[in-house]
Design a binder for this molecule. Structure first.
Ligand SMILES: *Cc1c(COP(=O)(O)O)cnc(C)c1O
Ligand SMILES: [Zn+2]
Length: 389
């Protein structure tokens, strides 16, 4: 039988609604007594049907899928040429149903909510998670409660509200909202599928499964991705470890998490060799999707850093803007600033010689540029006006 285990103290919990450990406060994760390999992408196109083997609940409902996952792995030919690295692949998550990777976790998170008997789901978000949860809840006929930070721009509310959810502007930043919402959810029977809900993690670990599947399980040296709450990075590391346990790969790729220097609580704690993150004062970055000043999975990531499986670094807004322009102008992909951060990191690590020509690297391109058109102002784009005749 699968069960939940605390990622901090290891304590076992039943496969139920608890999200964090009552003893130490750290996030719980799903563990399996025996792992079964997932179906290959070419065998089963439906995300939910493909992943029944690597998800702890039976009787899933594939008809609730919106076509999430199964995204393209594109060779970044121009980035390879520029950096001299032999193989760089972009996992293009911008083509998910709500234009970010969040849909993987939401899809299976909603399945878990249904199995656990909930009629209401909730999330705390600065944008992408909100739209994703609202969309999948609508599809499943669940009531959705979405909490957004007080300072979210007005223009970002409509694309969430359109799905017919209860939208509330919280007070305080994401860090404090997250813990507030957990308590509120318990009171009101709302199942929160926020960033590091254990079943969301099971959905997002499929990123690792799919990348290695698309590479025919040939050795991959690095996976590079942007980090905010730490949920997705924890999921990708878990997916890699499971692939090793399944015998599908020999060695887990080393995972490089990338934060924006203007909000980098995990990178800072990692650089200082700390075991615990501290709230990042006055976050300030154009990469809004990765601006969580007190990441709920921060300590969990630091444990993986100490185990030697991962690292977390920070890049500047200038590097992010340059990488966003490069991706659009050379590779033809318009991604949001958060998603350009790992490309900025690859450029810097290649220049420093940490990433070398013989390395094989996968970069997770997490969300669409159309989600944050405000960032276009940083690019000094000029339009030409056709002359009237
Ligand atoms: C949520 C998000 C991230 C960060 O993922 P976490 O699980 O919060 O660390 C990165 N990029 C985009 C586009 C996102 O929406
Ligand atoms: Zn614990």
């Amino acid at each position: 039988m699968p069960y939940l285990a605390c990622t901090g103290c290891g304590k076992k919990h039943p496969l139920a609604t608890d999200l964090r450990c009552a003893d130490c406060g750290e996030p719980l994760e799903v563990r399996y007594e025996t792992l079964t390999p997932p179906a290959r992408l070419t065998e089963e196109p439906c995300f939910i049907a493909r992943n029944v083997n690597i998800f702890p609940f039976p009787n899933l409902r594939p008809e609730l899928s919106l076509g999430e996952g199964g995204t393209p792995l594109v060779e970044a030919v121009h980035l390879q040429r520029e950096t001299g690295i032999g193989e760089i692949y972009l996992k293009n998550e911008t083509v998910n149903p709500t234009w970010s990777f969040k849909d993987r976790g939401t899809s299976l998170g909603v399945q878990a909510a249904l199995q656990l008997g909930f009629e209401r789901v909730g999330t705390v978000s600065s944008g992408n998670m909100a739209a994703s949860v609202a969309a999948f809840a609508a599809r499943a006929g669940l009531e959705a409660f979405v909490y957004v930070a007080a300072d979210i721009p007005e223009s970002k509310l409509g694309p969430i509200a359109i799905y017919g959810c209860h939208l509330t502007r919280g007070t305080g930043d994401y860090g404090s909202l997250y813990y507030h919402a957990l308590a509120f959810g318990k009171e009101r029977g709302i199942y929160f599928i926020s960033s590091d809900n254990p079943f969301r993690i099971e959905g997002q670990k499929t990123l690792a499964y799919e990348i290695l599947d698309q590479l025919d399980y040939e050795p991959l040296d690095f996976i590079v991705l942007p980090v905010s709450s730490g949920g997705n990075m924890a999921a990708v590391i878990k997916g890699c470890e499971e692939l090793v346990a399944l015998g599908l790969i020999q060695k887990a790729p080393f995972v490089i998490g990338v934060q924006a220097a203007g909000c980098s609580p995990i990178a800072r704690a990692a650089a200082e060799g700390k075991e615990k993150i501290e709230p990042f004062p006055n976050p300030d970055t154009i990469a809004h999707a990765i601006a969580n000043p007190f990441p709920p999975s921060g300590n969990r990531i630091l444990r993986k850093v100490r185990e030697g499986r991962a690292t977390v670094m920070a890049v500047s807004d200038e590097e992010i803007i340059a990488a966003q322009a490069f991706l659009a102008q050379k590779e033809g992909l318009f991604v949001q600033p958060a998603s350009a951060a790992p490309v900025a990191a690859v450029r810097r690590l290649a220049a420093a010689g940490t990433l070398r020509p013989e390395h094989r690297v996968a970069v997770i391109v997490t969300g669409s540029g159309l989600k944050d058109t405000g960032a276009l102002a940083h690019h000094h784009l000029e339009g030409e006006t056709a002359e009237r005749r």
